[in-house]
Design a protein around this ligand. Structure first.
Ligand SMILES: Cc1cc2nc3c(=O)[nH]c(=O)nc-3n(C[C@H](O)[C@H](O)[C@H](O)COP(=O)(O)OP(=O)(O)OC[C@H]3O[C@@H](n4cnc5c(N)ncnc54)[C@H](O)[C@@H]3O)c2cc1C
Length: 474
């Protein structure tokens, strides 16, 4: 792996001693507190009240109740019978305000597992609450796989599709593009069975729905024969690398990279179809690497030149990983270190020029240390898909969970919006109704369909009411 924490600290100590760094500036930086005031790692604790927070703690709620219906019929009864508003939740891995509700939060994780598989078409039916890793393992037992996966695989199918969750690859579309049919409970408690032929509008709207059209209970998905991948990771200076992004994206099945602010170096990853035995990979050192980047920021962030030199000494160069495994075992990993994130999907032609700006802006921010992630996603046709109408280049920036992220909105979001960027619906953004209508040709069709299905706003919360231009009183 690229760089261990110990290598960084040793490298840093050695170089700073050699340079006899100015002690006053060093000490002033060392006293700096990066913590965000008010950060609380725990969910609200109100005796006798249900409470909920998302993975990063940036969204919180104290609803009337959190419900766990154990069948589609019970879910339909709950929706029809309750006077409260309802928001569905998956695994709570969205950063945006899609889930919080003062009404009821409904978790469909009991509607989970493989419901059926048709060998003639390769289509598989799953409960909407099935997590991606369960989908991948069930399909693997049938000799099948999903074509692509995101960075992690604990999200539910319903949650992933609702926000346009994606992996990377020039010829690979986002996950909702695998959906061929779905079942959902409407605000009136009816159960609808939807596919492209019988309800084309609802099908294109429902694939990326923000959980605003109904409660999904089941999905039918296209699958492909199970496959293995070879992963190669390479570390090199960012300057010359930027010229090769388009070629690398074209040449490899999956292509992405990470840029660590203040280091001048990228770690790029490709996955390609492979045969052969699985490679023993040992323990991941990703967390150690991240801790090393934080140490580097904490200690040498005040002196960008020195920080870059130390990173340059401590990182290895060239190919640092070359392994083979089943597709699902390589495409998704775990992310134990929590963060907050903004990701924008830019028209592909704007990707590299915008990336250059964003890297320069991150490098100027001496407090940034979390790596930026850059990916490619192919087009699809869902009405609210960020990839509707053409392929996109995705830039994601992150901040440690207990640190400031207000600069995402003030400094970075305007850069993305200026080139027609669309935000990941599940990540931090301030896109409003007018902005969404200007970015999505079918946004107002979606609004009209939502209003037809849910005229009383049963599935609204304050964020969705504002986005869709609906009145909202608690
Ligand atoms: C560590 C981490 C890594 C990530 N990596 C990626 C990545 O690589 N690529 C990417 O694109 N995104 C990524 N994400 C974002 C994540 O995939 C999305 O936010 C996704 O929507 C989360 O799914 P979830 O099951 O947690 O759903 P939640 O966040 O709980 O909900 C998401 C939406 O789905 C709706 N919903 C949930 N269940 C239902 C239902 N039954 N019916 C109708 N609507 C429903 C909710 O109301 C909400 O609107 C990452 C997030 C984290 C925290």
């Amino acid at each position: 792996m690229p760089m261990t924490r110990r290598q960084l600290v040793w490298g840093g100590a050695g170089l700073s001693a050699a340079l006899a760094v100015p002690a006053v500036q060093h000490m002033a930086w060392g006293r700096r507190d990066f913590a965000r005031p008010g950060y609380d790692p725990f969910a609200p604790d109100l005796p006798g009240r249900a409470s909920w927070m998302n993975w990063s703690g940036s969204q919180r709620a104290t609803p009337v109740a959190i419900d766990f219906p154990d069948s589609e019929a019970n879910l339909a009864d709950l929706v029809a019978g309750t006077p409260h508003r309802i928001r569905p939740v998956g695994s709570g891995h969205s950063f945006s305000a899609l889930v919080p509700s003062a009404g009821r939060i409904v978790d469909v994780s009991a509607l989970s597992g493989l419901y059926g598989y048709d060998p003639a078409t390769g289509e598989a039916r799953f409960g909407a609450g099935t997590r991606l890793f369960e989908v991948a393992r069930s399909l693997n037992e049938l000799g099948r796989a999903l074509p692509n996966l995101p960075d992690i695989d604990v999200q539910t199918l319903a949650g992933s599709f609702a926000t346009g969750t994606h992996g990377t690859g020039n010829r690979l579309s986002a996950l909702h593009d695998y959906v061929t049919a779905f079942r959902m409970v409407t605000a009136r408690g009816e159960i609808l069975d939807i596919n492209a032929e019988q309800a084309p509008d609802l099908f294109q709207a429902g694939k990326v729905s923000l959980g605003a059209l109904g409660l999904m209970t089941e999905f039918t998905l296209k699958t492909v024969p199970a496959f293995r991948l070879r992963r190669q990771m390479t570390i090199e200076p960012v300057g010359p690398f930027l010229e090769r992004i388009e070629a690398l994206g074209e040449a490899h099945r999956n292509f992405e990279f990470f840029y660590s602010p203040g280091t001048g170096l990228v770690a790029w990853l490709v996955h390609d179809i492979a045969e052969g035995p699985v490679t023993d990979r040992g323990e991941s050192e990703d967390e150690d690497f991240l801790a090393g980047l934080k140490d580097l920021r904490d200690t040498f962030g005040w002196f960008p030149w020195l920080r870059r030199q130390i990173a340059g000494m401590a990182f290895p160069r060239g190919t640092v990983e070359d392994v083979v495994d089943d597709s699902f075992a390589l495409l998704s990993t775990t992310r134990p270190t929590r963060f907050n994130e903004m990701e924008y999907h830019l028209p592909r032609a704007e990707g590299v020029a915008t990336l250059r700006r964003v890297i320069a802006m991150l490098d100027r921010r001496q407090d940034a240390f979390f790596p930026l992630e850059y990916r490619h996603v192919a087009a699809d046709s869902a009405w609210l898909s960020p990839f509707q109408g053409g392929p996109r280049a995705s830039i994601a920036i992150h901040a440690a969970v207990d640190e400031h992220f207000d600069y995402f909105f003030d400094a970075f979001e305007p850069v993305y919006r200026a080139v027609g960027g669309r935000p990941h619906w599940g990540k931090l953004n301030r896109l409003d109704q007018a902005g969404a209508a200007s970015l999505y040709p079918d946004f107002n069709r979606f609004r009209a369909l939502r209003r037809d299905l849910d005229p009383d706003g049963k599935f609204l919360n304050p964020y969705l009411a504002s986005l869709f231009g609906e009145a909202f009183d608690a």
